[in-house]
Write a protein of this length. Sequence first.
Length: 95
Amino acid sequence: RFSPSGAYYAPSHASYETYVQYIRSLPINQMPEAFGLHANANLIAAINEAMRILRTANSLMPKTGGGEGGRSKDTILAEATEKFLGELKKPFDTE
């Protein structure tokens, strides 16, 4: 057994179909125990992913001085959206 839960182990010598059945019985999303990690590894990975997303969202915010004569955040976001949508290629007709 390679994990405390017993989900990961080396199956005994058997037929090809038995190995395939064992592989299909494994969880689709591997648990940290499959790699010898603590159960909190999933939590840490989720926190790191959320922080990366928030850093990316923050980097998209304008870095202006906040004067009244400047463009608003909504205006900047709308302009960026229009630019990106304008760069998208038209859908390809497959018929």
